[in-house]
Design a protein around this ligand. Structure first.
Ligand code: FES
Length: 221
């Protein structure tokens, strides 16, 4: 037997509100799950998908030297694309191209041309610098095709970045600079000195980026 009178208008009103709130919460929850699911589909952090890790070697991503280590002599004021190369569990070389967002833009500028907000301590001799090559607006690969030396433009919505100034946004819709990747020399190879200084695309929240770095550290330890 029900505890409430079916014809009690107050009970009916409360039941209606509770039902509506419950339905709304359910729909909202589904929408949230759907949104999160869309943004973060089931993801397994395999080594080829890890973001650049300290010690990774930069290797050419395209052109005649594709797959070979990037050297200082290979670089110029034109964009050179590179992948970070780490190691698999057996210690064999493993290119981290399982996540296309790991593609990098590498430059070498004449002395004195790299200026703030570039983090000069994270460059090689204040001349060689690397950034994520993925646009912070919607994830296209940024290019320097048809651009003057030292200028970058995104082909999707014309976002522009200045690689001499920390790849800050100088035009178009991108919300933030391309993330700078610390570098150092190891003999004649260019290697990753540390994780990206700021969160790269597709991360939207610092906590997510910090969590990803921790997951990488845990997986590699
Ligand atoms: S994706 Fe680069 S400007 Fe939109």
């Amino acid at each position: 037997m029900t505890r409430y009178k079916k014809n009690d208008p107050e009970i009916t009103r409360r039941k209606f509100i509770n039902t509506a709130v419950g339905a709304s919460a359910a729909v909202g929850g589904l929408a949230l799950v759907s949104t999160l699911g869309g943004a973060n589909p089931v993801f397994r952090l395999t080594r080829d998908k890890m973001p650049p890790v300290p010690g990774d070697v930069l290797i050419h991503a395209e052109g005649a030297k594709s797959g070979q280590p990037v050297t200082a002599a290979d670089l110029s004021e034109k964009l050179t694309r590179a992948w970070p190369q780490g190691k698999d569990k057996e210690g064999n070389p493993l290119v981290r191209n399982g996540d296309p967002n790991n593609i990098l833009a590498v430059y070498k500028f004449p002395p004195g041309q790299l200026v703030a907000p570039t983090n000069l301590e994270s460059t090689i001799d204040g001349q060689i610098v690397a950034y994520s090559d993925i646009c912070t607006h919607a994830g296209c690969s940024v290019s320097d095709d048809d651009q003057k030396a030292g200028q970058m433009k995104c082909p999707c919505h014309s976002g522009q970045y200045d690689p001499k100034q920390g790849c800050k946004v100088v035009g178009g819709p991108p919300p933030r600079a391309l993330a700078q990747l610390p570098l150092k020399m190891d003999a004649d190879k260019i290697v990753v000195g540390d994780y990206f200084l700021t969160m790269p695309y597709p991360f939207l929240h610092e906590e997510e980026w910090e969590a990803r770095k921790k997951a990488v550290e845990d997986a590699l330890s």
